[in-house]
Design a protein around this ligand. Structure first.
Ligand code: ADP
Ligand code: MG
Length: 305
């Protein structure tokens, strides 16, 4: 489990992470979603003790990273897959890491097989393609057989086959009871990978919950109605406290589904010429959500309804 409480990080005048509180549970793939510059990598560095928070803290399986007795066996991470020792082979690289962390040599071969690099284990990592480097990065993260795994944008630069492979691997790791925390700036990718979601924008939490609930909450954008009795409907909506806007002679009502709105219109004696739910794409909802990040969070929007 990863638990962040009020996590804050500033770089000069930039507040990269701003009072961020979230939990990533064991046995789940938690997607960490936000546009570029939202603060995902900074947060991950703080989880791993590579950056010190200005405020708040973050615990990995109940302890701050620096207090973990056996860090490599507790948490594994792939932050930047392009790092490698150009002169070393994949196997040498892993064996060297294993040796310096009291992990047996054979584990290096195990993880190379696990990520499908066993056939190129002796090739110099300097000659690896990006996809192979990603796999080597994942092998490195898995070396200590850790309970918690962090992957920062692991699908960047991967071919479709590699993307499917990583997705399956993450699901398998979570099914074994591990905590899998994976970042992306792409919602469609997350929609297929993550079971839980932590969405951030400009360093702040926008949403935390299950992927299913996120889809349910963001895919309904309101209901559009046209009526020759607009005044009667406006009054009824006002009495009910429903929010609406007006566009081109139509009302767009939020926070009510089309069934409830149709019945309200009937009771108010307003004939309807149109009653259509507006279901924006998930992608569009996400873009709007993150654009509005500084003004209000989704929790507050929900409370205002
Ligand atoms: P993400 O990973 O979501 O794209 P980052 O965590 O990399 O976001 O960056 C968040 C913000 O913090 C950005 O505005 C970025 O420019 C800034 N930032 C990140 N790292 C540093 C750093 N080492 N020095 C100065 N600014 C940084
Ligand atoms: Mg990043």
């Amino acid at each position: 489990m990863i638990e962040a409480r009020g996590l804050t990080k500033r770089y000069g005048r930039t507040v990269a992470v701003n009072g961020l509180t979230f939990t990533a549970r064991a046995g789940r793939v938690t997607g960490f979603l936000g546009p570029n510059g939202a603060g995902k990598s900074t947060t991950m560095r703080m989880v791993l003790g590579l950056d010190t928070p200005d405020a708040g803290d973050v615990l990995v399986d109940g302890e701050p990273y620096r207090r973990l007795r056996d860090p490599l066996r507790t948490v594994g991470a792939m932050l930047d897959a392009t790092w490698r020792h150009p002169g070393r082979s994949a196997r040498e690289h892993l064996r060297w890491l294993a040796a310096s962390n009291g992990i047996p040599d054979r584990r290096a071969d195990e993880v190379l097989t696990l990520v499908g690099l066993d056939t190129v284990a002796k090739k110099r990592a300097g000659q690896f393609s990006l996809g192979m480097l990603q796999r080597l990065g994942i092998a490195t993260a898995l070396l200590g057989d850790p309970r918690v795994l962090l992957f920062d944008e692991p699908v960047n630069g991967l071919d479709p086959e590699g993307i499917v492979w990583i997705r399956r691997l993450m699901h398998a790791l979570a099914a074994e009871g591990r905590t899998v925390f994976v970042s992306s700036h792409l919602l469609p990718e997350m929609a297929q990978t993550a079971q839980d979601l932590v969405v951030i924008g400009r360093g702040r939490l926008i949403y935390q919950g299950t992927m299913e609930e996120f889809v349910a909450r963001t895919s309904e954008h309101g209901v559009r109605v046209r009526t020759p009795h607009a005044e009667a409907l406006r009054t009824a909506l006002g009495e009910r406290g429903a929010q609406f806007t007006e566009h081109d002679g139509a009302l767009v009502v939020s926070g009510m589904d089309s069934d409830a709105l149709g019945e309200l219109a009937f009771t108010a004696g307003a004939t309807l010429h149109e009653l259509s739910p507006i279901t924006g794409s998930l992608e569009r909802a996400y873009l709007e959500l993150t654009r509005e990040a500084t003004e209000f969070t989704m929790e507050q929007q929900g409370a205002a309804r």
